[in-house]
Structure formats: structure tokens, C-alpha cells
Design a protein around this ligand. Sequence first.
Ligand code: SF4
Length: 341
Amino acid sequence: MSSLAWLSHKLDDGRVACDACNQHCKLSEGEYGICGIRKVENGELILLTYGLAAAVNVDPVEKKPMFHFLPGSHIFSFGTVGCNFACKFCQNADISQYPKEHHHEIIGTPLPPEKAVELALEYGCRSIAYTYNEPVVFFEYTYDTAKLAHEAGLKNVYVTSGYETHKAIDTLAPYLDGMNIDIKAHTQEFYKDICGASLKPVLDTVEYAYKKGIWVETTTLLIPGLNDSDEEIRAIAEFQAALDPSIPWHISAFHPMYKMQDRPRTPHSTLKRAYDIGKAAGLKYVYVGNIDDEDRESTYCPSCGQLVIDRKGYIGQYVTNHLTPKGRCPYCATPIAGVWN
Ligand code: SF4
């Protein structure tokens, strides 16, 4: 299935510029974008994965991870093949890198926007996540689905590497309620050598989406020896604290994946160290993930310190939300930032 990739414009030299992400591909007839799923055919940019899901699940929203967004609810989650990054540690490389590693082959199961919304409602979900691969590369598919989802009373979440252009965010913002944005590291070298991208546009997206009023949480996967120094962890935490200390920060454990088999798993001690650095930088909500640590997966009121959302078990298995319906601490009435209903 394919569709016009209308988030694009034509150039005077006959090429087509894609406006979806900060790779800013400028493509001639027959060329594919870096993501491998946008291609120029007959002078038009085409999205080759429109309505074709490569992975579909009903997940706890905590698994995205989104901890301050309808806690304890389910989120209908899907993604396609293709990605604008090439992270050597990708956990979903079988789909994200599929077209690039299979001579541009596109695979997926038909899931038109109407069907995605229908299934989300049928399974009792309160929201839809565009996830597993980078959602902005299948922008037009996410846009049509998100619009229908809003009409049906569902919210929408992007789980993203943060490479959206301002144009993509501006266009989708009326329908986009939440984003979990990876801040994969705080050095250009890491982004360039390990992900095939750049740091600055990612930090810009975090700031731009936040200022646009979209609910933002961020995630950093800590990889031993690559991005886990005190200085780098502190740089990420301080960037985020300067923007808003209420933005939740998820720090998660790496395990060997894809092209990165030469590194050990992240020790628990590293996550605890990062947690302490995040708190010392002033962040109100720091969470560890991919590891069993209930104390650091729960939410505490930043004013009175009481436990307000209790998370136990593997990623969102048991969530007890003690907040008032309006998202206030039940003990001292302090508002806890988030999307609660
Ligand atoms: S979405 Fe794909 S085609 Fe468009 S700029 Fe990004 S990598 Fe290039």
C-alpha cells in the first residue's frame, strides 16, 4: 500500500524535498529517502508503508514508557518498517532497518487508519502509540490515524527519536497529545557514529514540542562506556531541568542488541547513579527502566515526598494511581504534571 507523502515540496531542479524529518532528503526520480520508505515516483514523494503495520500490540502505556499519561491504561501500538536512524543498538532493527537490509522490500499487514482506531476502541485502549520504528517517517499514516483517533475520543502518542521538523510537529500538534523522545546521548560523536544522526535537532525537538504544549517525557538508554559518564548524564539532566524540571526522564538499561554485541548490560549501579544525578540536577520525576527497581519506577510527590503512583512488577504490570482525578497529590494537593484524563 502506498500514498502521497504530502509533507514534502518540489524543488526548482526537479527533485522533491521531504519535510518530515531533519535528515532533509532531497530526492530525484526513483530515489529512496534515508528511511527507506519514502520514494519519488512519477515526480511525487510516496510513502510506501501507508496502512501497512509491521508490528501491532496492545500495551500498558507504561511500556512506551509514558508514566504521567493516563497511568494504568492500555495503548494500541503499531509501527511500520523503516527508520531515519541506524542505531547500532536498535531493539527493533528487524523492522526499522528492514527495507535498507532487504533491497527496499516493504512488508506489513494491512491496517488502515480506520481499522487501527476501531481495534483500539475494541481492545479498550485510551490512546494510540506510533512506535516500534520512528513514526515521523510514516508521517501521513500517523496523521490520518491520529485525526480519526481524536474524533473517536482517543489520545495519540509518538515514541520517537526526536528528528521531526517543526513543520511535522506544527502539522500534527492538534492531534498529538504526548511524545516520548529519546535523548540517546549528549555528544555529537555518539549521534553521528552510532545513530547516523545529529544531537542538536533532537534537543531542539524536545524544546519545540514542549513549548507547543505537547506532553513530553524523555528516555535515555545508558550504554556502558559510551554515554554513561557522570558528565554526560548530568548534561542531559541539566538540559531538561533548564527546560522544565517536571518533564519525566526515563533512564533505562542496555542489553546487547543488533550490531552492538560487544558491550555488557548496564549495571544496576549505573542506573542508580544516573537517578541520583538527575535528582541532583533538579528533575522532579526520574525513573529507571528495563530493570527491576520498584522504588525508582514509582512516582513521589515533589512537595511532600509521598508515594502517589505505585508501579510494581515488569513494566506497568501493577499500577496503583493514588492521584486525585485532577492529578493532584492526595496528601498535600500539589499538582503533579501530566495528562491524567
Ligand atoms: S522521513 Fe525519510 S525521506 Fe523524509 S527526510 Fe526523513 S529520512 Fe529523508
